[in-house]
Design a protein around this ligand. Structure first.
Ligand code: UP5
Ligand code: MG
Length: 190
């Protein structure tokens, strides 16, 4: 039976800020289910779905896929999973994503993790990732940075105004960043 009101944490930050890396650690320590919107979209391309070509073109250009497509994938993943707490990584990426997700699912995030990292460090990480991602080339990386600044940062500011953002210095080594993350998830007053 799917949970009616799952706990959702949005994990946001620029391209290469370490969202996926830290989510894997959170899963290990705190039992969340990790849903990367980008991973779900890439899986949709691979599955040969009717939207595959459109999604592939948008990712190649660093553009934001229409929210109904992404929300459908996220909703299905939540419903198929028995867990009651989810990390939603890399979504919402613009105001329209945010509003549509709230309207369609009725879910508001418990809080938002924001991995804050300078572009030069993110660029270094993405260019040395070597996992064959079609968007890890300098031309697409520059477009992704621009879209992050113009469209995604306003979403973070929206939640910041609601005092829901935990901003984390993500330019440090993985283990150091996770120490900070751990303190956020660890039960208080334990
Ligand atoms: N690394 C990680 N942490 C490090 C650290 N502290 N120190 C040194 N190295 C570190 O990390 C990136 C690389 O850096 C890895 O090699 C890692 O080992 C190293 P990772 O954890 O993968 O960073 P992450 O923030 O997850 O980077 P990612 O590239 O996945 O972020 P994006 O937000 O760009 O990608 P995403 O997959 O979310 O989206 C891709 C595209 O899909 C978007 O551009 C968009 O076109 C589309 N999309 C939508 O349209 N809608 C959505 O809702 C989601 C995506
Ligand atoms: Mg990622």
């Amino acid at each position: 039976i799917p949970q009616k009101n799952p706990t959702v944490v949005f994990v946001l930050g620029g391209p290469g800020s370490g969202k996926g890396t830290q989510c894997a650690n959170i899963v290990q320590h705190f039992g969340y289910t990790h849903l990367s919107a980008g991973d779900l979209l890439r899986a949709e391309i691979k599955s040969g779905s009717e939207n595959g070509t459109m999604i592939q073109n948008m990712i190649k250009e660093g553009k934001i896929v229409p929210s109904e497509v992404t929300i459908k994938l996220l909703q299905r993943a939540v419903e198929e999973d028995g867990n009651d707490k989810f990390l939603i990584d890399g979504f919402p990426r613009n105001e329209e994503n945010r509003a549509a997700f709230e309207n369609v699912t009725g879910i508001e995030p418990a809080f938002v993790l924001f991995f804050d990292c300078p572009e030069e460090e993110m660029e270094r990480r993405l260019l040395s990732r070597n996992q064959g991602r079609e968007d890890d080339n300098i031309e697409t990386i520059r477009k992704r940075f621009r879209v992050f600044l113009e469209s995604s940062l306003p979403v973070i500011n929206y939640y910041d105004a609601k005092a829901k953002v935990c901003k984390i210095d993500a330019a440090r080594p993985v283990e150091e960043v996770f120490e900070t993350v751990k303190a956020i998830f660890a039960p208080k007053n334990a």
